[in-house]
Design a protein around this ligand. Structure first.
Ligand code: CTP
Length: 396
C-alpha cells in the first residue's frame, strides 16, 4: 500500500476524534493521508493533531492564497486514489448529493472523479430524516460507497443508528477499496466457522479440534470486498473480523437455526466442522460415577446444515460453497460430497499434508460441477482472499 494516497475529509461532529485513529491506522499500513479539515471539523479536532498523525499539511480554506498557489483544489481532488469522508455529516452528505460547492470539502467532492467512501455520523433523527435518506440514495446512485453508520448510544444521550463506524472497520473498507474495489458491495454473505459442541450433561461436551481460522479469514476477505457478512461461529476464541456480524452458537441445531435466520444471502460458505452426532438426550444434571460403570452414550445424527440450506428452495443462496476435509482420494470424495449435498462448489482440503489441520496453511482443490482446480499451497489468509475473489467473479 506504500504508493496509495487517501484524501481524508474530516467533517464537524463529535466523532471527528475517530478520524485521528483512522489516520494512524492508514499511516501504519503505509498509506499516504492528505487531510482536509472543514471549519466545523476544526471545532472538534485541531489541525495540529491531524497534521502530526498524517505527516502532511492540513488543507481547510477554499480561497487560501498560499494553498491555491501550492496545490489548487482541483489538483487536490486528483491527487488521491480514494477520497474518504469521515465523519460524513448530514450537511456534507447534503452538499455532495446536490452538488453544492461552497467550501473546500464540498468543492473537492464536486471536482473529482476519484472513488469516494463516506462514513456517516449524525444524530439518529437526522440519519432517519427523509431528507438524509434522499441524499443517501442519491449518493449511492452516484457511485459513492458507504461504511456504517453503527447503532448504539450517542454523545447526545439518544440511542439508535448514526454512530460513526469504528476506525478499524473504516480502515478495512478503505483497504478493500484501495486494493481493487468492492465488487461485493450490496451482496449478503453467510459463513459458518469453528467447531460445534454437543452437550452430554451440563459440564461434559462432544466437540472437535477445528480452530475456525479458515472460516474467519473467509468472512474477513468477503467483508473487505464489500459484502455484508454474517459469521455463524462455534466457540473458537478468535476475535470477530472487523465489519463482520458474528452470531455465536454451540450446537449444530443452534447453528442451523442461526443460518436460517441469516437468510436471504447471495453466497453461503460452510466452513464449520459440524459435529456429525450428538447424544440423543442431554442430561440436565451432572452424571455421577457409580457402581454400574460408565454410562452408555446413544448418539443420533445432527442435521446437515449445508445440505439443508442448499435445498431451501426460493431461500437458497445463489452460490452455495461447502468444504471437505479429506485424507485420501481427495478429489473423488469431494466430488461425491458436492453431489450428495447439492452445493455449487466444494473446497477440498488435503488434511493429510503436515501443517494444514490447525496450522496456518492450506492446500486446496476447488471443485465445481464441471471442473477441478488445484491451487498452490498458501497461507489460510491467501486462500481466503482467493476464494473471496472467485466468489466476487461468480456473482458479478
Ligand atoms: N456440514 C454441515 N453440517 C453437517 C456436516 C457437515 O453443514 N452436519 C458441512 C461442512 O461445514 C462442510 C461440508 O458439510 O462444508 C462437508 O463436511 P464434512 O465433515 O467433510 O462432511 P460430512 O458430511 O460430515 O462427511 P464425512 O465426515 O463422512 O466425510
Amino acid at each position: 500500500m506504500s504508493e496509495k494516497r487517501v484524501l481524508l475529509i474530516v467533517g464537524g461532529g463529535i466523532a471527528a476524534y475517530k478520524a485521528l485513529e483512522l489516520t494512524r491506522l492508514l499511516r501504519k499500513a503505509g498509506v499516504a493521508v492528505r487531510p482536509i479539515l472543514t471549519k466545523a471539523g476544526a471545532e472538534f479536532v485541531t489541525p495540529l493533531s491531524l497534521s502530526a498523525l498524517a505527516e502532511d499539511k492540513v488543507y481547510s480554506e477554499l480561497f487560501s492564497l498560499t494553498d491555491e498557489a501550492e496545490m489548487g483544489h482541483i489538483e487536490l481532488s486528483r491527487s488521491a486514489d480514494l477520497i474518504v469522508v469521515a465523519p460524513a455529516t448530514a450537511d456534507l452528505m447534503a452538499k455532495a448529493a446536490t452538488g453544492r460547492a461552497d467550501d473546500l470539502a464540498s468543492t473537492t467532492l464536486l471536482a473529482t472523479d476519484t472513488p469516494i467512501l463516506m462514513a456517516p455520523a449524525m444524530n439518529v433523527r437526522m440519519w432517519e430524516h427523509p431528507a438524509t435518506k434522499r441524499n443517501l440514495a442519491q449518493l449511492k446512485a452516484d457511485g459513492v460507497a458507504f461504511v456504517g453508520p453503527d447503532e448504539g448510544a450517542m454523545a447526545c444521550g439518544e440511542y439508535g443508528e448514526g454512530r460513526l463506524a469504528e476506525p478499524l472497520v473504516i480502515f478495512e473498507a478503505v483497504m478493500g477499496m484501495l486494493s481493487g474495489g468492492r465488487p461485493l458491495a450490496g451482496k449478503r454473505a453467510l459463513v459458518t466457522a469453528g467447531p460445534t459442541v454437543e452437550a452430554i450433561d451440563p459440564v461434559r461436551l462432544l466437540t472437535n479440534r477445528s480452530s475456525g481460522k479458515q472460516g474467519y479469514a473467509i468472512a474477513r476477505s468477503l467483508a473487505q470486498l464489500g459484502a455484508e457478512v454474517t459469521l455463524v461461529s462455534g466457540p473458537t476464541g478468535l476475535p470477530a473480523p472487523a465489519g463482520v456480524k458474528r452470531v455465536d452458537v454451540e450446537s449444530a441445531r443452534d447453528m442451523l437455526a442461526a443460518c436460517q435466520s441469516a437468510l436471504p444471502a447471495d453466497v453461503a460458505v460452510f466452513v464449520a466442522a459440524v459435529a456429525d452426532w450428538r447424544p440423543d438426550e442431554a442430561f440436565g444434571i451432572k452424571l455421577k460415577k457409580g457402581k454400574d460403570g460408565p454410562p452408555a452414550l446413544h448418539l443420533v445424527e445432527n442435521p446437515d446444515i449445508l445440505a439443508t440450506l442448499a435445498a431451501s428452495g426460493p431461500q437458497r443462496p445463489t452460490l452455495v460453497v461447502g468444504f471437505a476435509a479429506e485424507t485420501n482420494d481427495v478429489e473423488d470424495h469431494a466430488r461425491a460430497k458436492l453431489a450428495r449435498k447439492g452445493c455449487d462448489w466444494i473446497i477440498a482440503n488435503d488434511v493429510s499434508q503436515p501443517g494444514v489441520m490447525g496450522g496456518e496453511e492450506n492446500a486446496v482443490l476447488l471443485i465445481s460441477k464441471t471442473d477441478t482446480e488445484r491451487w498452490e499451497r498458501a497461507s489460510k489468509d491467501a486462500v481466503a482472499r482467493q476464494i473471496a475473489d472467485r466468489i466476487a467473479k461468480a456473482l458479478s
